[in-house]
Design a protein around this ligand. Structure first.
Ligand code: FPP
Length: 257
């Protein structure tokens, strides 16, 4: 007898939906290579997956989605690929912005944008200002983002506040430090998904993922489906989060042993 595939989209309705999901969208290049296509075609296919996953987040009721689109280290790639990725972001925002806005999606960029091509900055500014008051999904695109740089930026901001006398050493704690990160008004991710099988974090949200559940799939990002996304959420729902304590409530156990 053929066993029926579980309907994860249905199953997850009974469990707790993660508030914030982060994704390392990896494997575009390998997807293209398998098809004897240029790597850029993998990124284009990856853009279609992204559209579907943003829609799924909205449908499922996830409050925040953060995707890693371009790292501070990705500048090391050939200029042609870098240009393609920048243009793809412009194309994505150009084509999707109105629909995202209609669906109350609030777009945020995480990372350093000052050094991006001007067309990119213009499109980003348009997206941020149009969606800034939206109350739906918080959609964060990490672009020219590196977690170490984010932490260093926070340290520099902290040091400036100390020097200006706006803060005293005894004011410094985890909550204050979090408030200086790019993600200051977002909860930490509950779930981090990485596609294409690599078991590493690649300089992504190092501070914020201290107690995040990790979920890695061999699927390459362009092959990642809404069904698999729901399976990741279902797996997440089966886990017991203890935050270093003995029960599953964050903050009840201050000793993160
Ligand atoms: C990693 O795959 C992926 C990236 C560096 C870029 C991610 C971009 C997209 C998914 C395109 C859509 C995004 C936006 C915001 C428009 P890789 O190239 O490292 O793959 P590989 O490890 O197989 O070579």
């Amino acid at each position: 007898m053929v066993k029926k595939k579980p309907d994860y989209a249905e199953l997850i309705k009974a469990g707790e939906i993660p508030q914030h999901v982060a994704i390392i969208m990896d494997g575009n290049g390998r997807w293209a290579k398998k098809r004897l296509m240029p790597r850029t075609m993998g990124h284009r296919a990856g853009m279609s997956t992204l559209k579907q996953i943003v829609k799924a987040c909205d449908d499922i009721g996830i409050k925040a989605l953060t995707v890693f689109a371009f790292s501070t280290e990705n500048w090391k790639r050939p200029g042609e690929e870098v240009n393609f990725l920048m243009n793809l972001l412009v194309e994505y925002l150009h084509k999707e912005l109105l629909e995202l806005h209609e669906n109350q999606v609030r777009i945020r960029m995480l990372g350093d944008h000052a050094t991006l091509p001007s067309e990119c900055r213009t499109e980003i500014e348009r997206a941020l200002s149009l969606t800034k008051d939206n109350q739906g999904l918080r959609f964060n695109i990490a672009l020219n983002y590196g977690a170490r740089r984010e932490v260093l930026d926070a340290v520099l901001a902290l040091s400036r506040k100390l020097q200006a006398g706006e803060l005293q050493e005894e004011d410094i704690n985890e909550t204050l430090f979090s408030s200086l990160l790019y993600t200051h008004d977002l909860p930490d991710p509950d779930l981090l998904i990485r596609t294409a099988g690599e078991m590493r974090i690649s300089n992504f949200m190092l501070w914020q993922i201290a107690y995040t559940e990790l979920w890695v799939t061999e699927s390459l990002w362009p092959d990642f489906t809404t069904d698999e996304f729901c399976k990741a959420i279902w797996d997440y729902q089966q886990r017991e989060r203890r935050f270093g304590g003995l029960n599953s409530s964050p903050g009840q156990d201050e000793d993160y042993a």
